[in-house]
Design a binder for this molecule. Structure first.
Ligand code: ZN
Length: 243
């Protein structure tokens, strides 16, 4: 143990003393305080290690696993986005003149419902959009094709675009209702690649299909004048307007 040397009489006092045992002078205890601090460097080291060292294992593992799970989810989503969906295969059949049929139906020259198979509609889309490729291309994405697939009560429009040679697919599903002399399409959701997109989000995704809709504006206008549009598995029937 260190001794406290009195500044007055140079008497060596025990470290616990406050006043000199010999002359009663107040002792300078700052020496003891400074020594005490440095007395057990191991304790100090442990304290610092605890403060600055790595967090405990369980906590560390939790964050590592969370990060891994997040990365896995992102990768899974990207894989889903990159996977090509099953779209109707291109058909070689002769495209019906849907636009002219609709025009005639609208002006009563051709009564009765119009019936088209899914293949016929896809042949028409291919034929119709070939001349519109310029309008459908943009500096980043090249338009490849648009498809329609029908099932009971709903129609899914798919668009394949190419990004530097990679195909990107987006699809939107619609239900078409006729009422009060108007035909309205309601979005049922969609997919980017194979990743489903909720309808609530898809309604803001209109921009994805905006170019397609403007390319098919004529058909949309003509359809709007029809009585009803009914989708069934593999086809569509369009009822002519009744007046
Ligand atoms: Zn003294």
């Amino acid at each position: 143990m260190t001794k406290l040397v009195c500044a007055e009489c140079r008497h060596e006092n025990e470290a616990e003393r406050i006043y000199c045992h010999n002359c009663g002078e107040r002792l300078d205890r700052s020496v003891v305080a400074a020594q005490k601090k440095g007395q057990d460097p191991k304790d100090e080291h442990r304290r610092l290690q605890k403060m600055l060292g790595p967090p405990n294992r369980a906590r560390q593992n939790f964050f590592a696993i969370s990060k891994l799970a997040l990365a896995a989810a992102v990768v899974a989503a990207l894989v889903q986005i990159a996977l090509p969906p099953e779209l109707p295969a291109p058909t070689k059949i002769l495209a019906p003149q849907v636009d002219l049929d609709l025009e005639n139906a609208g002006s009563y020259q051709k009564p009765g419902p119009l019936e088209y198979s899914q293949d016929q509609i896809n042949a028409y889309l291919a034929y119709r959009l070939i001349g519109k490729k310029k309008a459908l291309n943009n500096p980043v994405l090249t338009f490849v094709r648009a498809t329609a697939s029908f099932r009971e009560g709903a129609c899914t429009i798919g668009v394949e675009r190419s990004l530097f040679g990679y195909s990107l697919f987006s699809r939107a599903s619609y239900r078409v209702d006729a009422g009060a002399g108007k035909i309205a399409a309601t979005n049922n959701g969609g997919w980017i690649g194979r990743m489903p997109v909720h309808p609530a989000i898809m309604q803001f995704g209109g921009i994805i299909f905006a170019d397609l809709w403007s390319a098919l504006e004529r058909e949309r206008k003509l359809l709007g004048k029809m009585g009803a549009v009914n989708f069934h598995d593999g086809g569509v029937s369009i009822t002519t307007p009744t007046r």
